[in-house]
Design a protein around this ligand. Structure first.
Ligand code: ADP
Length: 269
């Protein structure tokens, strides 16, 4: 009887520990939901007045301003553009990290996603003396939201451009691997230390590397990449060595062969 009592006591303690662990998980989830909701609401509220400011600044720019007023106007325009970018990224992150937000699923040929993104960054890359290599294989259609996939690749490639020194090389590859499609963005730029790699996909994370911090950024780009990959049933992996370069691989489930026939051309927003 003593033994049974002892076993019962141990079982009760385990059940209580499990229950309090579950409660903690629930509470953490609530805090996380609240945080996401707060960010979504705030960025939404900021978007409208920002549009008003940007519109009025544009009108102001058409007037005949004195050189001093022109300087003030240019500074305000730069600040407003930057703020609009942060707010847009916050809104996008709130959307793609919200599991309740429905995902559009249409066949998307990654070749057109890569083409869009390359067209956008090509001149900046060339201006920085960077070489862009693109290697795309056949059969790289995935099911998903074309605009989100554009942003995923756009963020990875613009980071590669930002964090690679003049004379460097960036390569973009996409190929079918069994039931998945692998998208690789590799550079021989600044690289990321092992410690920094751990926080990389968290919102607002920026590395401690002073050379990287010289570039403007919000730390939202990779959080968006990770959320978009995840809600498409995929994942993102990083391989990097400080001072040598970085390779990001996004793996996404491939569309069934029949789905590819109506693959859409994504429009970059
Ligand atoms: P942002 O570039 O706006 O700071 P990201 O979330 O896109 O935000 O990236 C987070 C951090 O990861 C960056 O601040 C940068 O230090 C580092 N990083 C991202 N991509 C690369 C890369 N290709 N090479 C080196 N560092 C990178």
């Amino acid at each position: 009887a003593l033994e049974i009592g002892h076993d019962l006591g141990a079982a009760l303690m385990t059940a209580r520990a499990l229950e309090s662990e579950r409660k903690l998980v629930r509470e953490l989830q609530q805090v996380d939901d609240y945080r996401s909701q707060l960010i979504a609401t705030l960025s939404h509220e900021l978007r409208t007045p920002l549009t008003v400011i940007a519109g009025n600044l544009e009108m102001l720019g058409t007037l005949d301003l004195s050189p001093t007023a022109d300087r003030y106007h240019a500074a305000m325009t730069r600040g407003t553009t930057r703020m609009a970018r942060v707010v847009d990224d916050l809104l996008l992150l709130a959307r793609v990290s919200n599991p309740q937000h429905p995902l559009e699923r249409v066949p998307v040929d990654l070749r057109s996603v890569v083409r869009d993104v390359v067209a956008l960054v090509e001149s900046a890359a060339r201006g920085q003396g960077l070489t862009l290599d693109v290697d795309l294989r056949d059969d790289i259609v995935v099911l998903g939201d074309p605009t989100e996939l554009d942003r995923l690749l756009g963020n990875l490639v613009s980071n590669a451009v930002k964090y690679t020194l003049p004379g460097g090389r960036i390569s973009i590859e996409a190929a079918r691997r069994g039931n998945t499609v692998a998208l690789l963005v590799e550079d021989d730029g600044l690289g990321i230390s092992e410690v920094d790699q751990r926080g990389l996909f968290q919102a607002f994370f920026r590395t401690s590397n002073p050379d990287a911090l010289r570039e403007p950024g919000t730390g939202l780009g990779l959080a968006i990449v990770a959320s978009v990959a995840e809600r498409h049933g995929g994942r993102v992996d990083v391989r990097s060595r400080l001072g040598e370069g970085t390779a990001f691989t996004v793996t996404l489930p491939a569309a069934a062969p029949d789905d590819g026939q109506n693959a859409v051309e994504p429009g970059f927003t």
